[in-house]
Structures are given as structure tokens and as C-alpha cells.
Design a protein around this ligand. Sequence first.
Ligand SMILES: [Zn+2]
Length: 116
Amino acid sequence: MSNKVNLQHNVSRILTVLALLFAFFIANFNVSAQDNQIKQTKIKTNPKNIENIVRTGTINLKKIDKNKDVKVFQCPMDWNVISDKAGKCPVCKMDLTEVALKKAKDNLVKHGFKAK
Ligand SMILES: [Zn+2]
């Protein structure tokens, strides 16, 4: 009799532990689902976060020169491809050339782009 009670007691303890574990996993699962959602949102918003260095309209060079070194990187083929960082032109895949802000503006104006 006492054994049976003990067994029942143990079973209910095990069930409680299992229920807690289950709740824990569900909670974790929800968290990771949320994480995934955040990651997916980040991936979705990433293309907007990556600065488009192919400039259109009136090109604001001072705004592009984020580090204020009065220099920017410009594609020698596509004048409107300007970045504050070294890199490759997404249009022609050439390396961007470091030029003074004024030079970049001259290049743009000379080739019919609007710059300020
Ligand atoms: Zn280019």
C-alpha cells in the first residue's frame, strides 16, 4: 500500500517535471520563433540598410561623405556611383577610385549629373 502511494507520488512528480520541461520547451520555441521572425525582418529590411551607391537625382556629396574626410570613392566609369567607402561599382564591377569631394562634384557636373 505504502509502495503504491509512493509510486503514485513519484509518477505525479515525474509528470510535474515533464509538464515543466514541456512548458520550458514551448517557451523556448516561442522565443526562437520570435528570433527567427526578427532575423527574417532584418533580412527583409537589409537591402534598404545597404546604402545604394548608385546615385540618382541631385547628388548630395557632403551627405555621402559621412566621415567628413572631404574624399569619396567614385567609379571612373559611372560617375554617379559614389561611396564613402572603398569598394566595387555595382554597375561595371570596377574598383572605386578615391577622389576629393570637389573632384567628384566636377566629374559629375562635367558628365551632366546634378550635384551639390
Ligand atoms: Zn562603374
